[in-house]
Ligand binder design. Structure first.
Ligand SMILES: [Zn+2]
Length: 168
């Protein structure tokens, strides 16, 4: 299901919405709505050859392992969002290293464009944020896989990390 499926009335003025060119347009005030992907920033945080994952408290993916990160706020710099979200979820200050790539991930009825960086810890005091049950460091060979991970793209992302033999 796409984000705009089922939208009938303009959230701004209550006018009727009409589909046009992959978007919706209000027949009354003219406002247009797109179902764009939502940008998110996440980090593969590495220390002593291990990766830091957090176990999610809530769905989607409750009880499964997640990469620290979160959604960008409106107009926020992507790296600022990365550092802010990682600090909130782990208590740690990080330094981002290589950009690993961007993955599309389903999150309820939205698609999240997950911008993913490799990162190292430079400070802070480790502690799980409210959204997580626990934090844990994993060796490459002992990392969670498949259904143990919160999102489908994480196997590929963690495999990329494991193949690089990053030791920071
Ligand atoms: Zn309107």
């Amino acid at each position: 299901m796409a984000f705009l499926d089922g939208w009938r009335f303009c959230p701004r003025c209550g006018g009727d919405l009409a589909a046009a060119d992959g978007r919706l347009r209000c027949s009354s005030c003219g406002e247009r709505y797109w179902g764009n992907s939502v940008p998110g920033a996440q980090a593969v945080i590495v220390r002593d050859g291990r990766v830091l994952l957090g176990r999610r408290r809530e769905d989607p993916g409750a009880g499964r392992w997640d990469l620290p990160g979160g959604f960008l706020e409106e107009g926020e710099d992507a790296l600022a969002a990365l550092h802010r979200e990682v600090l909130e979820e782990t208590g740690l200050s990080i330094e981002n290293r290589d950009f690993l790539g961007a993955w599309n991930e389903r999150y309820w009825n939205r698609t999240v464009l997950c911008l993913t960086w490799l990162a190292i810890v430079v400070g802070g005091e480790e502690g799980a944020g409210d959204d997580l049950v626990e934090l844990r460091w994993f060796d490459p060979d002992e990392r969670p896989r498949g259904d143990e991970l919160a999102f489908g793209s994480f196997d590929e992302i963690l495999s990329l990390w494991a193949a690089r033999h990053e030791h920071s």
